[in-house]
Design a binder for this molecule. Sequence first.
Ligand code: B3K
Ligand code: ZN
Length: 867
Amino acid sequence: AREIRLADYQAPDYLIDTIDLTFNLDPIATRVSATMHVRRNGSHSRPLILNGESLKLISIDYDGEKLSEHKFALTDRLLTLPDVREDFVLTIVTEINPAANTALEGLYQSAGNFCTQCEPEGFRRITYFVDRPDILARYSVAIIADELDYPVLLANGNPVSLESAGEGRQIARWVDPHPKPSYLFALVAGKLTALKDTFITQSGRKIDLAIYVEPHNADRCAHAMDSLKKSMRWDEETYGREYDLDVFNIVAVDDFNMGAMENKGLNIFNSRYILAKPDTATDADYAGIESVVAHEYFHNWSGNRVTCRDWFQLSLKEGFTVFRDQEFSADMGSRAVNRIQDVNMLRQIQFAEDAGPQAHPVQPKSYREINNFYTSTVYNKGAEVVRMQRNLLGWETFRRGTDLYFDRFDGQAVTIEDFLQCMSEASGKDLSQFRRWYDVAGTPKLRVSDARLPGQYILKIQQEISGSEPYMMPLDVALFTAEGDPIALDGTGVLVQTLTVCEMHQSWSFSVDVPPNIRIIPSLNRGFTAPVEIHYPYDQEALAILSHADSDPFNRWDAMQKLWLLTLLERIKSGQNGPSESEPPLPEGLSHAFGQILLESDQDPMFVAECISLPSEKYLADQFDENIPFEAIHRERNLLRRQLAEVWESTLLLVYEKNQPADHYRYEPRAVGQRQVRRLVLSYLTTLDRPAWLQLAVTQFDRADNMTESFNALFALSVRPTDVFERLMARFEERWRHDPLIMDKWFALQAQRTDGDALERVRQLMGHPAFSLKNPNRVHALIGSYARGNLMDFHAPDGHGYQWLADRIIEIDGFNPQLAARLATAFNIWKRLDPARAILMKEALVRMNERPACSPDLSEITGKSLG
Ligand code: B3K
Ligand code: ZN
């Protein structure tokens, strides 16, 4: 595919003001009639060019006259009308085959129902259209379908009528008063039941809410509905944003490439982000639902009312909306723990992406397949960049900036530049230097050093970045004594300062009242105010002090993470060529810090759970630029966990017992924290070779009245091969085999086990009745979990993991290129492998890349990876 470049952007040649669509639904031959008012934009004589893919053109009608074939040109992607009037009405009839649509883009079927996914370029698979986000049109939709098979008929906007169309068919009409880009179009038809509710907006309007699901899932919608109402209230209270239609509908479908989609008034969700009840969903599922429901709802303003001019502006809506949903979750639960989890994710996924072959700026400058740019960089780094603006401006000024933005650009398709301009006007600050965050790929590093003078503490910061233009960023700092006491800065009572870092080399001097013999320990980038890597020569002692005494919970957690890393990396490096003869002793400072944090579990169990979580194998692997020692990483991480469990065994048991939540399941922060700390503690205990702790897990499984506790027990038992584990897995399967969404947990757990048989097991599980290669959730659960979550087996020295995954990707690429491309990012790592593995992984990449049938989606990823 041709490369599309931001620099080439041009305003559209024609605008489309209205479009009336009529769908005559049929699984294999759906007729779509589209009537559009088209108007020339500016003065020129260029042709009208419409996008269209996998469409059968039936007829074109130009201002009431049928257009004969020599009046237009048709290729497999474009329809060109050379001589058109200044403005005119065009009616195009096409035929499409939803049942054959396995790419899950455009109009397709899931469980026999019809649904759509149009972002970014799916609308062109429904009808010929100028399919780009800066074409804002008013839509009206008529859906005609068999009334027995498709009793529920939904589209964007407000419902107008539902009547019989004769011959057992009915016709539903919908009108959306808000102009929108084609990517927000949606249609659903099927046998669905709804959970209904209402919401009264701040101005007193009553909104009808509904969540549509397949009938057997009717009892699993309450949490999503609750999340929706909370989101609607939060956006009013926090951003002053009110909902703007009479209805808000959500539909859950099983076959969906992504998490969910913010179509105007008709959000369509992957069912994993809607369906939950205590015995089927874990706390993590509940949290995911709350945040994705909020995210899609928030798009109604940040994305729909104000949308993107072109796809290079994707982070304008995604980065901002992720920031909004992160803050919403922080307000609903524990702010500190949410920040820890968000940063942990950013570091593990986005930092790695930014350091690898797919690295791109938050505002990419070119692409071949835009679907490949729905990335952690655009979403999560994009959110950090918005967060930094909030931090630099302060909330109130930032909010004046967002008011200005929504006000000024309502109903328009705009750019990241427009957003920055509003922030700059609201604050009077020059943000031109700040723009760099959007334009340049890579994670900036700050090298920090310090010095003491009598009565003074000096902090020096150097930006280590490629290029000579420094970034601008807010950096919160505080100082602590070796006793763990906070130090007042500059003779005031102020304990924390926000530094604006904006030069390559900068230093700050603080007057401090600390005798020279008392050590000063800096707490840097508190709350992770800037998405950077900090290099400061912390030793074990300093980290142990911060992990205990820092008044910023994020930095306490971070100090603990750094403590783990210090010890683990040292052990991994010295154990790279095999385990040492005798076990290295457990460092005193680390062990003590661990024990101290355990004792805090009655205050904030979730925080404790985060602090006692070891860095993942993936994150450890990311610390190596070459020759990643997978075996040593796995071995040393497990060893450290076992050593800690040995020393703290009785405390762990005490923490486990004290955190038994009240008897029936509730999704509320304290109980979630208690279950999470029990999960961690139990998996420490089960690393010890003691029947009593295995029994503890079995008892937890047997007594649990909820999925979180029963699955956590399985998780804890999965670390070693035992008969009890196999028995409980069989019981789980027996109970849930007919519910594929739940079986995903079971598939994932099997794919991640490191008992030497993982690939064979995964191969066999592909034949399990609940598995289907066509369903993205199943593929991620089984194949994705293997490639991303089982580093030991996937990176087996003989290359069996690489070959097998490449074969599966090739197979999937034949019917769902987006899914194939996403899986292929598991190969990004090849240049950091040892030479033997690198050759094997490269071979697999070349094999995928060189097929003539390779999709543009996949070949963009494999091509960049091969570099
Ligand atoms: N905007 C959609 C993503 C669509 C992705 C298409 N490949 C979901 C979201 O970010 O809310
Ligand atoms: Zn989004």
